[in-house]
Design a protein around this ligand. Structure first.
Ligand SMILES: *Cc1c(COP(=O)(O)O)cnc(C)c1O
Length: 449
């Protein structure tokens, strides 16, 4: 239920239902079932042994997701990559490497990180907004590079004339969930705009480059019709480059974190794509290999943040009941910037059945640190119906695998980095990143005088 106050405004009023009706509505929004792979006993053990807040990953789910991605329908072979920016911990990279996934890196630093984690350079593809200064050296190590702008292509040509290269295009349309996640169309800077093919061909000719890969990551979503449209536009680009042997359709597959959300059926989306590759082969004689590189799909529901309710406050009869956690935007930033919804559970030793509507706040001194924004609108508060809560209760924020540990307001308010834990196949917890020591936060600082 969306509430009365704009968080960053000055008490902006929207219509507000009477308190009773308000409360009744919450039962509809409630999620009173269990977290995906944590129950009270396991959560209590982890909290006691490792402290909170803590990220808890589930190895079995990671492996199952890898298998689902590797089973993506294809006509002439598949390379499936993990977009490691979703969560780059070495333990996760290692599990996926062993499962047969390759890597999509978003920066030169990610390339080095993947290599350090044991991923062979030949299994890493770089598509980046900022071509690193050492790109030629990385290329010599064996990585693949997709030029993502005319300038990147020019620099690659100068440093590596005659070599093989991929081209990331912006095909002119995107399907991201909102302006902040849209990665195609004229409002997106990602990739070479599709109308600049003549300039591309000129640079390719000048340096004798061999274009062997076309890449279009525009956020394919969960709609099979969108997948077909993107595949058609991308195959049209392949047509214009006779040396291309692989087409990378990127990632961006929607995942249902909340029960009400719609996820992506990879088999359903992939079948018509495979068919289009077959038709393309019939028309041109070229059997194109398919590449995909999801991040969210592989990670979103593989991790929960386990936290402790450290305060409960009220703002009176016309206000809200707030739960304050020992986590927040320092571990999960997505609600604050996208209005993203995550399942939230209170775990107690005994279930009483009594519920209350709570706004859940993070621990930062920042009004934007809210874990229950209105869906898609981080400016508005919403509430969740949760068990009546005591200070000290455990709170699980589920669906926290993608873009959470990887993308947060790290060190804001000087909170150290939380630990990361992996549950092995027998659900035994192992540390995969130690909790940061407080003094490490300022270890690189230098005082003057
Ligand atoms: C981020 C990214 C992905 C993965 O996107 P998800 O939405 O996490 O699936 C894939 N390819 C490229 C080039 C990316 O930048």
């Amino acid at each position: 239920m969306v509430g009365k106050y704009k968080r960053r405004g000055d008490g902006f009023e929207t219509s507000r239902l009477p308190a009773l009706v308000n409360r009744l509505c919450f039962f509809y929004m409630a999620n009173l079932s269990q977290p995906r792979f944590l129950d009270y006993t396991l959560a209590r053990t982890i909290a006691d042994d490792f402290g909170t807040p803590v990220y808890v990953y589930d190895m079995a789910t990671l492996k199952a997701n890898a298998a689902a991605v590797l089973a993506f329908p294809n006509a002439f072979g598949l390379t499936a990559r993990y977009a490691m920016k979703a969560s780059p911990n070495a333990a996760i990279l290692k599990i996926f490497n062993q499962a047969g996934l390759q890597i999509d890196a978003s920066s030169g630093h990610e390339v080095r990180r993947a290599i350090a984690a044991g991923v062979p350079a030949a299994n890493i593809s770089l598509s980046t907004q900022e071509l690193p200064t050492d790109f030629a050296e990385l290329y010599e190590l064996g990585i693949e590079i997709n030029a993502c702008s005319l300038n990147q292509l020019e620099r690659f040509g100068q440093a590596c004339p005659g070599k093989t290269i991929g081209l990331r295009f912006n095909p002119g349309s995107g399907s991201g969930g909102n302006n902040r996640t849209n990665v195609g169309g004229p409002a997106s800077s990602f990739g070479i705009w599709h109308e600049w093919i003549d300039q591309v061909q000129a640079i390719v000719l000048q340096y004798g480059l061999q274009v062997i890969r076309i890449h279009t990551h525009i956020g394919s979503g969960s709609d099979p019709a969108v997948w077909q449209k993107i595949s058609g536009m991308s195959l049209d680009l392949v047509r214009q480059f006779p040396d291309v042997v692989a087409l990378n359709l990127g990632g961006g597959y929607k995942v249902a974190r909340m029960e009400s959300e719609v996820g992506t059926d990879l088999q359903e989306c992939g079948a018509p794509v495979a068919e289009m590759f077959r038709e393309f082969a019939q028309a041109t004689g070229r059997e194109i290999r398919l590449e995909i590189e999801p991040g969210t799909y592989l990670l979103a529901n593989t991790c929960a943040v386990l936290s402790t309710v450290q305060d409960v406050v009220s703002t009176g009869a016309d206000g809200y009941d707030f739960l304050k956690l020992d986590t927040g935007m320092t571990e999960i930033l997505r609600p604050s910037i996208y209005g993203a919804q995550h399942p939230i559970y209170i775990l107690q030793p005994e279930v009483t059945g009594e519920t209350r509507a709570y706004v859940i706040a993070g621990h930062c001194c920042e009004s934007g640190d809210i874990l229950t924004p209105a869906p898609g609108d981080p400016e508005l508060l919403a509430t969740r119906a949760l068990p009546l809560c005591q200070i000290g209760d455990l709170c699980v924020i589920d669906g926290a695998g993608a873009y959470c540990a990887a993308m947060s307001t790290k060190h804001y308010n000087s909170y150290p980095e939380a630990a990361e834990i992996m549950l092995d196949d027998a659900k035994v917890p192992h540390v995969i990143r130690r909790r940061q020591k407080l003094e490490d936060i300022w270890a690189n600082e230098v005082t003057l005088g």
